[in-house]
Write a protein that binds this ligand. Sequence first.
Ligand code: AMP
Length: 131
Amino acid sequence: MDIFSKIAAGEIPSYKCAENEEFYAFLDINPLVKGHTLVIPRREVDYIFDMEDDEIARYQVFAKKVAKAIKTAFPCVKVAQVVLGLEVPHAHIHLIPMQSEADVDFKREKLSIPAEDMKAIADKIYAEFVK
Ligand code: AMP
């Protein structure tokens, strides 16, 4: 099982932001900004564009709901959606609350946020998601 499948299964800890039976969202452990979230399918699939049409449609609708929760929890200009997937071979959408384009520069130094703050950030997003 790849690392994100283990996270979705609860075998590796993560800061949960949202979930349903098919998809799971959690904080990026090396965030660009506070609230940087990853959205994954629970099933093991590497390349997002290998997903079937109906699955990717449900995935995008789920990500949209997570993005709305992020924007309410952490007001921003827009929530950016980015797909890279060069590091972890399990499909994931980055959702990044953005004040400016600099917030989505993946080359910039990542934040190091204490565990208790990460938990509080994830809980705030989760609370908006389930509203
Ligand atoms: P990429 O595959 O290039 O989209 O990057 C993978 C992303 O996953 C990076 O932003 C990492 O910080 C993040 N990441 C890797 N391992 C974990 C983990 N165990 N928990 C949360 N985020 C992770």
